[in-house]
Design a protein around this ligand. Structure first.
Ligand code: ARG
Ligand code: ZN
Length: 880
């Protein structure tokens, strides 16, 4: 059951050419595959049995070198087709029958809203035809699709269309040819009644590329943002990485039923419709930014993933970590870089750190897995991107770029490993990255404990750094990592002091990056003229938990004066966290805890500062999320933490009501006067405006209620409308909330993506009777358990965002989630194995909650036959 990295072997056979024919019908599809194969020339000439992958296929016909094989000449199991080749080169022809219309796993070939589409990564191609379904088998594909012309006028696959025709029976066909060799996971077909928005892009060498975004007809007015994003990221990849697009046509298709965000199939990216469609009236600013970054992510894969692909799935972060790093750089360039970094770090620390501390913890390059779908994780993606970011920090922009160039040049057309990526970086930098590579093999979040001392007499300042990494499943006694520590020393006026380490002859101005490489290490600075305040781990230069004992006054100072925007925010987060933690402790004793007044004072000062970027102000004013606070405890009491966070938010709202109101009114006025544009400065304004509204609504002031209802009603965009709706739904004004929900549903009932937001706002509402509401939502006609977006909007939002209701003392929230996991596992194992994750984090909670969660985990385990996906997650959670 366990697949191990150490067991990797070269493929016995290669597939030079893959010629596929799809005959699509309403109740079945036939797939013919003609594979031009050979014994792997890197191996000897003896001919072992050929073992092809194949699942849920009905074999109709099989021919080897044109001769039909008798039943004696091959064996079929539920996972494989095995036969004995007799020549070094041979041709294998198979025909299989599948039922896309009954495929609820959304892997392989399936139907979604009347169209046929595919998802092959990681191992979905084996549900389409018998094949060597592994990324190091790369082949040239041609694909012919036959389907009814009326219902499926558009027939797409990878590469360029080379032929088409019509049959007498109302059916038609198109043949596509992809000139680039690719692994099967990058294969795609689409057939449907689709419209498209078209544009062109002229590449840096002057070639014209046709760009097409295919959607269902009713969505044709929601493609422009994705198209603009596509053109921007194509240009950006040329300018920043020298990467040019390589086919004559680049297509994007939006489908409603999709397990993940999107998929980078060669020349034919397939997207979850929620990650492509966006216009002002229906998509929030955050959704617009998500579309921009995911379009870029999938496009960037054309080089980091497709031209250079992975040898095996243990190397997944080779393409995903690097591509996430590239898309974050792109988003930072298109928007505000500091805000983007704050968002990414918040997400990483809340979710990836939790994964790294939980039963599913694994290295960026895992050593083993049962089900690869379970390893499309925050560790592979987000921590993997942080690892690439650290390389970028250590090598510097220019050398990093040379390394990327060399990597693409050396390995174009190959399936390679994380070591190959590092080797390219070593070649260009001359550095030995052996120790750095521990980031790929050791799981867990490292801790940095930093202390300091200053000696005025000798003007020396010493930073003492200790690093450690907690044990994770199967890993103890970890070796020290290479940790880039970006830092500065601030004077009492907030100026950066010169930085001159002992033994150096000149001082560096501003900031510098220290390379922490040992378990304990000291950095001694000379000619330090005053006791400095250190600004550490600037821009979050490594994915670690850092401790330095700042006083609260230091934190206030840093929030106001640090020259690193990220660290300003970070200081505010630490201060808020401490203030909330104070309240958590007091809540067991009293209903009226004392709150440190410094938080109100510094927020007041920030609000009064006119020259502060509204985007930054909004970040500074937002308290750490409940999820993040929970992560700070060994054993968290989720209800007390929620209550404390609410208490602090309410206190802030009452104390800052006047200045917040003045600022809100001014921002709202501008919004009313300005037509919607999804650009950084306007996004910042709306974000601050909505954040202030949320605070103000906490004061239960009727005048503000009117404002909120008004903003809900008159907004010309979803960002303002949805924020107002969320305020109403979380308020005690239930009549207004019900009225708004009703109007919203009437207006948007035909738009499933907008309805997802309507669902999740309610599922996440932290007001009483949450479970009742959620159970009710499941009965709504717009809900479907078969649609992953709906599952995430209702069940996901409830269990990940609705702390007081999900963690209810009686365990009802947990029992609800367990019921849904069991139900989903029979339909869509990938989604079941994901949606269960809040329960797998049981060890993070107090004993009462632990016990309630364990009861449900065991109940799921004993509920009957489980998918491999869910089995792996449950096993690991219950062993821990
Ligand atoms: N490669 C895709 C992306 O990150 C994700 C595909 C995920 N597929 C899966 N079965 N988990 O862009
Ligand atoms: Zn990706």
């Amino acid at each position: 059951k366990m697949i191990k990295l150490s067991a990797y072997r070269l493929p016995d056979y290669l597939i030079e050419e893959t010629h596929l024919t799809f005959e699509l019908h309403e109740s079945y599809a036939l797939v013919h595959a003609r594979l031009v194969m050979q014994r792997n020339p890197s191996l000897d000439t003896h001919l072992p049995p050929l073992v092809l992958d194949g699942q849920k296929l009905e074999l109709i016909d099989i021919n080897l070198n044109g001769e039909r094989l008798s039943a004696m000449e091959y064996t079929v199991t539920d996972k494989h087709l095995t036969l004995q080749p007799t020549t070094i080169e041979f041709e294998l022809d198979t025909t299989v029958r599948i039922e896309p219309q009954n495929n609820t796993e959304l892997e392989g070939l399936y139907k979604s809203s009347g169209m046929f589409c595919t998802q092959c990564e990681a191992e979905g191609f084996r549900k389409i035809t018998y094949y060597l379904d592994r990324p190091d088998v790369m082949s040239r594909f041609t694909t012919t699709i036959f389907a009814d012309k009326q219902n499926y006028p558009i027939l797409l696959s990878n590469g360029n269309p080379i032929a088409q025709g019509e049959d007498d029976d109302g059916r038609h066909w198109v043949t596509w040819e992809d000139p680039f060799k690719k692994p099967a996971y990058l294969f795609a077909v689409v057939a449907g009644d689709l419209w498209c928005v078209e544009d062109t892009f002229t590449t840096m060498s002057g070639r014209e590329v046709a760009l097409r975004i295919y959607v269902e007809p009713e969505n044709i007015d929601k493609c422009q943002h994705a198209m603009n994003s596509l053109k921007k990221c194509m240009r950006w990849d040329e300018e920043k990485y020298g990467r040019e697009y390589d086919l004559d046509i680049f297509m994007v298709v939006a489908v409603n039923d999709f397990n993940m965000g999107a998929m980078e199939n060669k020349g034919l990216n397939i997207f979850n419709s929620s990650c492509v469609l966006a216009k002002a009236e229906t998509a929030t600013d955050a959704a617009h930014q998500r579309v921009e970054s995911i379009v870029a992510h999938e496009y960037f894969h054309n080089w980091s993933g497709n031209r250079v692909t992975c040898r095996d799935w243990f190397q997944l972060s080779l393409k995903e970590g690097f591509t996430v790093f590239r898309d974050t750089q792109f988003s930072a360039d298109m928007n505000s870089d500091v805000v983007k970094r704050i968002e990414d770090v918040s997400y990483l620390r809340t979710h990836q750190f939790a994964e790294d501390a939980g039963p599913m913890a694994h290295p960026v390059r895992p050593a083993e897995y049962m089900e690869i779908s379970n390893f499309y994780t925050l560790t592979i993606y987000e921590k993997g991107a942080e690892v690439v970011r650290m390389l970028h920090t250590l090598l510097g922009e220019a050398v990093f770029r040379q390394g990327a160039d060399l990597y693409f040049e050396r390995h174009d057309g190959q399936a390679v490993t994380c070591d190959d990526f590092i080797a390219a970086m070593e070649t260009v930098s001359g550095m030995d990255l052996t120790q750095f590579k521990l980031w790929y093999s050791q799981a867990g979040t490292p801790r940095l404990v930093i202390t300091d001392s200053y000696d005025a007499a000798t003007q020396t300042y010493c930073l003492q750094v200790k690093q450690s990494c907690p044990d994770t499943p199967d890993q103890t006694d970890k070796k020290p990592f290479v940790i880039p520590l970006r830092m500065a020393l601030l004077s009492q006026q907030g100026q950066s002091l010169p930085l001159q380490l002992q033994g150096e002859s000149i001082a560096m101005k501003g900031e510098r990056v220290l390379a922490v490489t040992e378990a304990e290490q000291s950095f001694i600075f000379q000619k330090v003229t005053e006791q400095p305040l250190p600004s550490l781990l600037r821009s979050f230069s490594a994915p670690v938990i850092m401790e330095y004992n700042y006083s609260r006054d230091d934190l206030v100072f840093l929030l106001q004066h640090d020259t690193d925007g990220f660290n300003r925010w970070e200081a505010g987060q630490q201060l808020s966290l401490q203030v909330i933690e104070d309240v958590v402790g007091q809540l067991y004793e009293t209903d009226e805890p004392m709150m440190d007044s410094r938080l109100v004072e510094v927020f007041t000062a920030l609000l009064a500062q006119d020259d502060l970027d509204p985007a930054m102000l909004a970040e500074f004013l937002s308290l750490p999320s409940t999820g993040y606070i929970i992560e700070q405890y060994e054993q968290a009491d989720p209800l007390a933490i929620h209550q404390a966070r609410e208490y602090v938010s309410n206190q802030l709202a009452y104390a800052l009501k006047e200045p917040m109101r003045v600022r809100y009114d001014a921002l709202r006025k501008t919004s009313l006067e300005t037509p919607y544009v999804a650009q950084a400065s306007d996004i910042a304004r709306r974000r601050l405006q909505n954040m202030l509204l949320a605070y103000l609504m906490r004061t239960n002031d009727l005048d503000i209620l009117d404002e909120c209802v008004d903003q809900f009603g008159v907004a010309d965009n979803m960002t303002e409308r949805l924020a107002a709706l969320a305020c109403l739904v979380n308020s005690p004004f239930t009549d207004e909330a019900q009225e708004a929900l009703k109007r919203f549903a009437e207006r948007f009932s035909e738009d499933p993506i907008v309805m997802d937001q309507w669902f999740s706002v309610q599922a996440a509402a932290v007001v009483p009777s949450g479970l009742e509401r959620v159970t009710h939502l499941l009965e709504h006609p717009a809900f479907s358990i078969k649609n992953p977006n709906k599952v995430r909007a209702v069940i996901g939002a409830f269990s990940m965002q609705n702390t007081p209701n999900f963690h209810a003392e009686d365990g009802s929230g947990y029992a609800f989630l367990a019921d849904k996991v069991i139900e989903l596992d029979a339909l869509n194992p990938q989604i079941a194995a994901r949606i269960i994750s809040p329960l797998t984090r049981w060890q993070r909670y107090d004993l009462h909650h632990q016990e309630l969660m364990l009861v449900q985990l065991k109940r799921i385990k004993n509920s009957g036959e489980l998918s491999a996906d869910l089995f792996e997650v449950l096993e690991k959670s219950l062993v821990a």
